[in-house]
Design a protein around this ligand. Sequence first.
Ligand SMILES: Nc1ncnc2c1ncn2[C@@H]1O[C@H](COP(=O)(O)OP(=O)(O)OP(=O)(O)O)[C@@H](O)[C@H]1O
Ligand SMILES: [Mg+2]
Length: 292
Amino acid sequence: MTSEPVVECTQLVHVYRVGSSEVIALQGLDLRVESGEMLGVVGSSGSGKSTLLKVLSGLLVSTGGKVMVGGENLNGFSEKRLDRYRRNELGFLWQETARNLLPYLSAAENVALPMRLLGAGNASDRAAELLDQVGLADRVDHRPHELSGGEQQRVALAVALANKPTLLLADEPTGELDSTTTQEVFELMRQIGRDTGLSQVIVSHDPELARFVDRVVRIRDGRVSTEHRHVSADDNGADADVDTVMMVDSIGRLQLPQEHLDELGITDRVTAELVDDVIEIRRADPRSEGDA
Ligand SMILES: Nc1ncnc2c1ncn2[C@@H]1O[C@H](COP(=O)(O)OP(=O)(O)OP(=O)(O)O)[C@@H](O)[C@H]1O
Ligand SMILES: [Mg+2]
C-alpha cells in the first residue's frame, strides 16, 4: 500500500494530570494506519490503548507529538473542522453497548439518527440497508433491550457506518460478548472493511482478534513495542503464518522483550555493537563484561 496513511502518529505523548500527580499514558508512540487497513491494538491494562483512541477521535488533545489524519494535522483543527471530522469522517464503537445506542429508539431509528443530524434525505432507506448489511433486517423495530448483546453491537456498527466514515475506531467492541458472538462481530467488521475500504483501529483483549485483522500492534508503556502481521492468511484466517517484529520508533528507540531482559539480568545499561550486519546488545556490567 503506497497511498497516504489514514493515520500517522509521531512521537505521541499524553500526560494526564490529576491534582498534583501525573500519569504518562503515551510516551513517544509512533503508529501508521494504512488506507483500508484493519489494525488490531492489544496491550495490558493501563498501557495507553484507550488514550490513543481518544486522541485519534479528537476527544483528547495530546500533550506532545503529532497526529496526522488523512494528511492533515489533527492538533491544528478548528472547532468546526473537528466537528466535521468527528461527524463525517469517523465512526465509533465502544465496549458498553449502552454507550453506542439510545435505549428509547428502535434499531432503525438509532441508525438513522446520525444521518438525520446531518440532514440526509434518505435516512430511513439507508438505515434499512445498513441493518440488512449487518444481518439484522428482521430486527429493525426492536429497541436495544429487545436485542441480544451481539445484535446490539451489530446495530452499533451500523450506526457507526451511517455517515460513511473513512476510519472506524473501536474500543473493546466485543468486551461484553461471548466468544462465538465475538468472532461473528470481528468477521462482520472484516467483511465490511473489505467491501467498503474502511480503515479500522480495533482495541481488544481478545486473542481471537489476530485472526481477523491485517496487523496487530502491541502497546507497552505507551509505545508500540511489537507488531504481528499475517503473512499468508487465507480468507478464513486459518493456518496463517504470523511474522512478529519489534518496532524501532522514529527516534531509534526499541523495547526489548521483558523475558530477554530477565534472562540476562539487564536492568538498565547495555552496550550495542555493530558486528557485520548484526547489532549485538549486551549487558553493560563491569563485573560480567563479555559474558552477557
Ligand atoms: N482521565 C484520566 N485521568 C488520569 N489518568 C488516566 C485517565 N485515563 C486514563 N488514565 C491513566 O492512563 C493510563 C492509560 O490508560 P488507558 O485507559 O489508555 O489504558 P488502556 O490500555 O485502555 O487500559 P484498559 O485495557 O484497562 O482499558 C492508565 O495508567 C490510567 O490510569
Ligand atoms: Mg481501555
